[in-house]
Design a protein around this ligand. Structure first.
Ligand code: FE2
Length: 242
């Protein structure tokens, strides 16, 4: 995108399961590299690999991540890699998650103070706000993963979360999704109200939610303008995560 000039501002997927063999994402190093090659072809220049939190209890994710990064460099795949984590939180587990972050079991997003959070589907607003407050109180900025996937996530809901200090990620694939229309409808409602901060693919495998990005970002630019597209795809990641 032409209006992106700062070198920190690169097109970024902040949510992808590409560390091989540690969660339900890429199974092998080969598959991970294939996903990242596809991501690069989709216009992505930087990714935050975000394994599910349980991976960090069961495997040496950081070592596998380092091997992946070496392979990406060796193969000349033009993608900059950072490590993050997708933490599933609830009122019951939020304190445990915080301890894991403080103890260094779970990484934040890159070297930032941002953490990527997901919730179970019917979590009420009060529970989101409780978890956000807890995270903020400990000095973290929560990013809510794929908010458009939650049926309750209308603009008022998202405004309340952002008002409490959280940031919002949606999946690029939802913007022009051709499924039942609900994901597309919610994603576009959030975008039209300016309530989205980041994009992700939430890609898992080549045959299961591959890293598709360009159809979504094309629609984003067409419908909401270059400026907003640049903000959520590149400027905000540069501003908050590096
Ligand atoms: Fe995910």
């Amino acid at each position: 995108m032409g209006i992106i000039s700062d070198t920190k501002d690169r097109i970024t997927d902040i949510h992808i399961h590409v560390v091989p063999g540690v969660d339900d994402g890429a199974r092998t190093l080969e598959e991970a590299c294939e996903m990242l090659r596809l991501a690069a072809g989709e216009g992505i220049e930087r990714v935050f690999a975000t394994p599910h939190d349980a991976a960090f209890l069961n495997a040496d994710v950081r070592a596998v991540f380092r091997r992946l990064r070496q392979a990406v460099i060796a193969r000349g795949i033009p993608i900059e890699l950072h490590l993050g984590c997708e933490l599933r939180v609830s009122a019951q587990t939020a304190a445990r998650c915080l301890r894991g972050l403080a103890d260094g079991v779970y990484p934040t997003m890159g070297d930032s103070r941002c953490v990527l959070l997901e919730f179970v589907f019917d979590t009420p607003l009060e529970e989101y706000l409780y978890c956000i407050d807890l995270m903020r109180g400990a000095g973290y900025t929560p990013i809510l993963a794929h908010l458009e996937r939650y049926a309750q996530a209308d603009p008022r809901f998202a405004e309340a979360l952002r008002g409490a200090g959280a940031l919002v990620q949606i999946n690029a694939g939802s913007i022009a999704d051709e499924g039942d229309g609900e994901l597309r409808r919610r994603a576009n409602l959030l975008l039209s109200e300016g309530l989205v901060d980041f994009l992700g693919t939430d890609a898992h495998r080549m045959d299961r939610r591959p890293p598709r990005f360009r159809t979504g970002t094309d629609a984003l630019r067409r419908l909401y303008g270059e400026e907003y597209a640049a903000l959520v795809s590149a400027r905000n990641p540069g501003k908050y995560l590096l």
